[in-house]
Design a protein. Structure first.
Length: 117
């Protein structure tokens, strides 16, 4: 990392954090002029999943039901990441190309995610 940063002074560099051993702190990445570094969601989420699976083993379906209640109460909602992907724009496209009858089905639909708010 040091050689790359020295070879390209002032050029922001991307680093694969999973490959960096030992792990660096945020300030150390800044010293190497890191433009960004990846975070492996699978490595982070497996810890959360393990806790959830333990709870499933202990309480059965209640673990999932509790998880869903927490997500609904969470200020970002269960699937708020879809808002950040541009998914609500799909509604605009649907209104442009679908018939009124096809759009009517959404009024009666209940789903986990509703971009209409």
């Amino acid at each position: 990392m040091a050689r790359v940063s020295e070879a390209f002074p002032g050029v922001p560099v991307y680093f694969n954090a999973s490959a960096v051993k030992p792990a660096l702190s945020h300030s150390e990445y800044a010293e190497f002029n890191a433009a960004t570094y990846n975070v492996s969601i699978s490595k982070v989420s497996k810890l959360m999943m393990e806790g959830f699976l333990r709870q499933c083993h202990e309480t059965g379906a209640d673990a999932f039901n509790d998880s869903m209640k927490k997500q609904k109460a969470w200020k970002h909602g269960a699937l708020s990441y879809l808002d950040k992907t541009g998914f609500p724009s799909v509604l605009e496209i649907e209104h442009e190309f679908l018939t009124e009858a096809e759009l009517k089905k959404y009024e009666l639909s209940e789903g986990e995610y509703d971009p209409r708010g």
